[in-house]
Ligand binder design. Structure first.
Ligand SMILES: [Zn+2]
Length: 454
């Protein structure tokens, strides 16, 4: 592996700085709910003010503070948003071996809730923002576009006190050509090939209730028309086979790039996963089922049962049983398509399929920002590839997409031996990031910002 080191930048010093910011941010307990993001915003403001930059604090409700700061460029191009969220999900404290709010460093890893989701990115963005600000002050050298640092509250609980509020009430703050946010950037080793995922698309989400009805009665005299049994059959059908295939351009390009890097027989198999006749069989037989699960989510609407409800007493057969499905919809598909797919899959008219309003997904085009990301990764790892990625979950980018901002998810993160992947650490126990990865992230993001702002 080569280390790319543009002259004049002390990467060790910048990495130390990012590490210090990350540790301080992890010590702010911004567990959402309740949030208390003012703690992180106060730290950020202090750092920016020390550099002579006065940020804007946005507080739609008490304590729910987002921070916005602008570093003016020449104005030749439209701004780049450096997006992050400052809130984190709750912890099960007894499952951690380190203090989740201690910002502790052990064996080269910084531990804490938010270490990879996403105070790491915030620390990188802050460090680079301050670096470009200092460079402008010292040399007069300006980027071709404004850099906007936007650290928002409330991402983990829907964004009503964060990005959603900002987009609805102060859209001028996010008037930009590009945004870098969470949702991708992790490296994966697939069949011996290092692949970095660059999130260009995001699935929509919708909750669906399945409601099964049957005959009530005494549990001592079971009969054939029971709501619970009917619901169990429906759940079994929904979970035992994927819904129909929907291939969007992002997924097609992802698979093409993957295919080009693989050896036989994986190469031939992967090429056929977009074939509706073979897709399910091939995915079931892929040697790496983690990859198969990821591909399945990129190619199908999904429905995952999570909340079950039936019954009031042990000896009463309930007349109704329900399950809530967490459904994720391929961009371009509608709630009606999904409901139709579920009805056909379940095949029982006595099970009602009741959708709630959908939050739509989106698909971005590859742009010069994608090329810049590819070039930055190539400098670090010439043998790695960057693949466009359909993120199956949601991020705040869903609020930016309708405004025409090209928002990519890319938090650069190298896989490390013996360390769980980012996808497992995020929201998991002992969430942590290595100092080495902070350095990697800084170099890659520096390069990306520099390339698209010349
Ligand atoms: Zn996040």
């Amino acid at each position: 592996m080569t280390i790319h080191a543009p002259a004049g930048i002390d990467w060790a010093m910048l990495t130390d700085e990012a590490q210090r910011h990350l540790q301080a941010l992890l010590r702010c307990n911004t567990t959402n709910p309740p949030g208390n993001e003012y703690l992180a915003a106060a730290y950020l403001r202090e750092q920016l003010q020390a550099a002579g930059i006065e940020p804007d604090l946005i507080e739609p409700s008490p304590g729910r503070v987002s921070l916005w700061a602008r570093l003016p460029g020449t104005g030749a191009q439209r701004p780049l948003l450096l997006v992050s969220h400052t809130d984190v999900v709750p912890v099960e404290r007894d499952q951690w071996t380190r203090d989740p709010f201690g910002g502790e460093l052990h064996d080269g890893f910084i531990y804490g809730r938010g270490a990879v989701d996403m105070k790491d990115m915030l620390a990188l963005e802050l460090t680079l923002f301050l670096h470009f600000a200092q460079r402008a002050q010292e040399t007069g050298q300006r980027l071709s576009r404004d850099l906007i640092l936007l650290a928002v509250a409330d991402e983990e609980d829907g964004g009503a006190h964060g990005m959603k509020w900002i987009v609805e009430n102060r859209p001028e703050l996010v008037d930009a050509e590009y945004a870098l946010n969470e949702g991708g950037g992790m490296g994966m080793d697939i069949g011996g090939q290092r692949v970095y995922l660059c999130e260009l698309a995001q699935k929509g989400s919708i909750r669906v209730t399945l409601r099964a009805r049957g005959q009530p009665g005494h549990a001592a005299i079971p009969h054939a028309d029971q709501a619970v049994a009917r619901l169990a059959r429906a759940i079994s059908r929904v979970t035992s086979a994927p819904l129909p295939l929907h291939v969007i351009p992002t997924a097609r390009r992802f698979i093409q790039i993957l295919v080009a890097t693989q050896r036989q027989p994986q190469r031939g198999m992967l090429a056929q996963v977009v074939n509706p006749l073979l897709s399910d069989t091939i995915l079931a037989r892929l040697p790496d089922q983690r990859v198969a699960d990821g591909l399945r989510a990129m190619l199908h609407n999904t429905a995952t049962p999570t909340l079950l409800h039936a019954g009031t007493a042990l000896n009463v057969i309930p007349g109704e049983a329900t399950v809530k499905l967490d459904c994720r919809i391929i961009p371009g598909q509608t709630a009606e398509t999904l409901v139709g797919e579920l009805r056909r899959h379940i095949g029982d008219p006595a099970v009602a399929v009741e959708p709630e309003p959908m939050s739509p997904g989106y698909e971005m085009r590859p742009t010069p920002l994608f090329d810049a990301i590819q070039a930055a990764i190539a400098k670090e790892e010439p043998n790695a590839v960057v693949a466009p990625y359909l993120f199956p979950a949601v991020s705040d980018s869903r609020f930016l997409a309708p405004l025409g901002v090209t928002a990519y998810g890319f938090v650069p993160h190298q896989p490390e031996p013996g360390v769980p992947p980012v996808q497992a650490l995020a929201h998991g126990h002992d969430e942590r990031v290595s100092v080495a990865n902070l350095g990697f992230g800084l170099r890659v993001l520096y390069d990306v910002i520099q390339t698209i702002s010349e």
